[in-house]
Design a binder for this molecule. Structure first.
Ligand code: 7UC
Ligand code: FE
Length: 292
């Protein structure tokens, strides 16, 4: 494999001549190290069937399927399908997923170490993902906000972005809301934690999922503190011009893998409804998500 480093200030490395079938364990270790260090790794010129894509995922870590079947690929349930294309008149996967700032599974007790996406159909323009490195955000905080973040915990819930399923039609909204709280009760995570591999401090908050901040005694803090932290991160900038926001575009054949501890992301979709399909895999590594 050949690694191309960026010559600008942007995150990520690009990997050419990589084949998961012939890669040595050392190569796989190298890829993981690149993800931790550079946050985003794009593997170029991949041509993988769903089975091969999953095999690649299993070489990198412990693949976990999404908790809701409506996202599953019909042949491989591990693949989360984001798609606005129907097949024989039937919707496969879910359209326009992740169009808000979040970290994958931040609302669960054990979020993913790595997320990987493999576009299958790309619109002609405007298809990519925005990313923010939340360890860079932490470093840039004024000291008073750093201490607030270090001495607090946050609650995260999927409720604001839970997608109504086909079988939810005609159900009372209160029943659906109750089900969301029962199946995915809010997850509590420290507002900052140390990355188990790089040692960086990460500010772990997202605009989409984080809704409450508590002090160390478990007493709710002023919600404006959370708004202040989110503002500093750039996640409230509707123009996406904030300096720490990076837009990364796709090309067919790319498999993009990122460090889901360090980065928050927000999918970007074209205003028109050109066909767009991506396959996502989500993985745990051998480290705890964070040390307490
Ligand atoms: O439909 C979606 O945008 C999925 C979202 C609620 N969760 C993505 C995840 O893995 O956290
Ligand atoms: Fe996502």
């Amino acid at each position: 494999m050949k690694v191309q480093y960026q010559d600008n200030q942007r995150m990520g490395v690009v990997v050419y001549d990589f084949n998961h079938k012939t890669a040595s364990d050392g190569d796989i270790q190298d890829i993981k190290q690149l993800i931790y260090e550079y946050k985003i790794v794009v593997i170029k010129e991949q041509d993988l069937s769903p089975d091969e894509y999953c095999d690649f995922g299993y070489r990198l870590g412990e693949v976990e399927k999404y908790y809701q079947p409506m996202y599953h690929h019909p042949e491989r349930e591990e693949i989360f399908v984001s798609s606005n294309v129907s097949k024989n008149g039937q919707q496969v996967g879910v359209p326009k997923t992740g169009k808000f700032w979040h970290a994958d599974y931040a609302f669960m007790p054990r979020p993913f170490a790595f997320s990987m996406v493999y576009p299958q159909i790309l619109p002609s323009k405007e298809r990519g993902t925005y990313f923010i490195n939340m360890s860079k955000v932490y470093q840039s905080l004024p000291d008073d906000l750093k201490s607030v973040a270090n001495e607090s915990s946050c609650y995260h819930s999927v409720r604001r972005f839970f997608k109504i399923r086909p079988e939810d039609v005609y159900r009372p909204i209160s029943e659906i809301l109750d089900e969301i709280e029962r199946v995915t009760p809010p997850a509590k995570h420290p507002t900052t934690f140390t990355h188990p591999v790089t040692g960086e401090t990460i500010l772990y908050i997202t605009e989409g999922f984080t809704y409450r901040i508590d002090d160390l005694e478990g007493k709710p803090r002023d919600i404006n503190v959370l708004q202040k932290l989110l503002t500093h991160s750039g996640q409230l900038d509707k123009t996406f011009q904030y300096p720490l926001i990076e837009h990364h575009e796709f090309e067919l054949g790319d498999v993009r893998i990122w460090d889901n501890r360090s980065l928050v992301h927000c999918a970007h979709y074209a205003a028109n409804s050109e066909p767009a399909v991506t396959f996502r895999l989500t993985l745990h590594d051998s480290y705890p998500f964070y040390q307490i």
